[in-house]
Design a protein around this ligand. Structure first.
Ligand code: ADP
Ligand code: ZN
Length: 433
């Protein structure tokens, strides 16, 4: 097995010992920041209390609100002049949070990212197009620097302008892409609409991430674009991309445990859950000097997958993220996650990739409506076929989410879609008179 980094070949014992040493250093480093001086101070835990990696559980959680309240530099553990890069989360769930990096932090991040790319078969001979927002969003520069570190010819294409994206892909013979899942489908479908075959495009690898998506969605992307698509997970508070990544086995995302400690906790009680149970992912940085973050509540739901990975790496695997704790909505007493809806929709070959869940409050009741784009070739069918499809979708949704939503079938490419992360739920209940 050819590894990019020696840490990929470590055994469990080496990982655990390294985590213990790095965690102790991280706590000592964090205490240099005004925020952690107070936050850790209150908990009474000192670096001397950290003897094993499991002692991470002695430490208090850090939440998004903590980071927001410490804006702009309350978590800086080095003087400001040592910082060389400023990033912020995309603010999907509210005000953004700021993360700054020293040059060493950026080097480590680029190495982690290059490691992920190498793991899925990218090499310096690849031509890599990064179709992601540059700027504060970490999927731009974060992925970019990883590809350059690996030695790829790296194209900072950014988002939008689909025609130009395609022109560069063809003219430069791009072999690997980074692309948000919803945009990958849009790109493929817009080519199909032009009577072209997206499978004939040169890329053979797509790194997809930044937003939740189902296994069915991945398979559709792979089929549509004729690529192997690998799930890339990260969040700005833990650098950004390069935290957990699928290997060639495409069965779970290896968390780089030499750089992070991952835990799964009960989102309500904060108690650590036994391995294999679904809960909220909590992450601790182990190598960051500029801005260490301890036991960060990601709000993302996942679990550790049991058993060894055929690739031989023992860094534990996370199941694909099934949603955010805050994504859950309640209609008529049923707790529903958007990914449950997506899973059902994508199992229908008649259904195209775009959908929207609309929640409304009418006649003193909550109502859920699912707008679903239907593939062009089915949309021209007669009404009876469409009505039957509508009923079958509603009934399968009821089996999954335990209530029957209204299903509207709409024409392909008629639902709004932005260039960034897809918005799947439009909750209009607060607007009701
Ligand atoms: P924001 O929280 O504002 O979206 P980030 O840009 O840092 O900020 O995005 C990180 C979040 O994006 C993660 O916490 C997660 O919810 C989501 N995310 C990132 N990668 C994936 C992925 N591969 N699968 C599912 N969700 C993902
Ligand atoms: Zn593996």
């Amino acid at each position: 097995m050819q590894y990019y980094a020696a840490a990929e070949g470590w055994n469990r014992e080496t990982i655990r010992q390294t985590q213990a040493v790095r965690l102790k250093n991280t706590v000592a480093q964090a205490l240099r920041s005004p925020f952690y001086k107070e936050h850790l101070g209150k908990s009474g835990v000192s670096p001397a209390d950290i003897r094993s990696c499991d002692d991470v559980r002695l430490l208090p959680f850090t939440t998004k609100d903590h980071l927001r309240n410490a804006y702009p530099d309350g978590l800086f553990a080095v003087p400001r002049e040592e910082m060389v890069r400023f990033h912020a989360s995309s603010g999907t769930t509210g005000a953004p949070t700021v993360i700054c990096h020293t040059q060493d932090d950026l080097d480590t991040w680029a190495d982690l990212m290059a490691r992920c790319m190498h793991m899925v078969g990218m090499r310096k001979t690849d031509v890599f197009q990064n179709i992601a927002g540059y700027g504060l969003f970490t999927g731009g520069l974060g992925i970019h620097c990883g590809a350059e570190r690996l030695g790829c010819l790296t194209i900072p294409a950014g988002v939008g302008n689909t025609r130009r994206q395609l022109m560069i892909i063809r003219d430069m013979g791009v072999t690997a892409l980074h692309i948000i899942p919803s945009y990958a489908l849009y790109l493929g479908n817009s080519l199909m609409d032009n009577g072209e075959d997206p499978r004939s495009l040169p890329p053979r690898i797509a790194l997809i991430g930044a937003e939740p998506h189902t296994e069915e969605m991945r398979r559709r992307i792979e089929y549509l674009l004729g690529v192997k698509a690998y799930n890339s997970y990260g969040l700005s508070e833990m650098n950004g991309p390069g935290v957990a990544f699928e290997c060639l086995a495409q069965n779970g995302l290896h968390v780089w445990e030499d750089a992070f400690i991952a835990e799964i906790v009960d989102p309500d009680s904060g108690e650590n859950l036994p391995d294999g149970e679904i809960g909220e992912l909590v992450m601790t940085t182990l190598t960051r000097r500029g801005m260490p973050v301890i036991r960060y509540r990601t709000r993302d739901l996942t679990r550790f997958l049991p058993g060894p990975c055929p690739c031989g790496r023992v860094h534990r695997r996370l199941e694909r993220i099934s949603g955010r704790v805050d994504d859950m909505f309640i209609v008529k007493g049923c707790n529903i996650y958007p990914m449950q809806v997506e899973q059902v929709l994508m199992s229908f070959p008649e259904v195209a990739e775009n959908y929207m869940i609309i929640l409304e409050h009418k006649d003193s009741m909550d109502h859920m409506r699912v707008q679903v784009e239907v593939r062009g070739e089915y949309f021209v069918e007669d009404m009876r076929v469409l009505t039957s499809l509508q009923k079958r979708i509603a009934s399968r949704l009821r089996d999954e989410i335990l209530m029957t939503p209204k299903v509207d079938l709409v024409e392909p490419n008629s639902l709004p879609r932005g260039e960034g992360k897809a918005k799947r739920v439009d909750d209009r209940r607060q607007e009701a008179p």
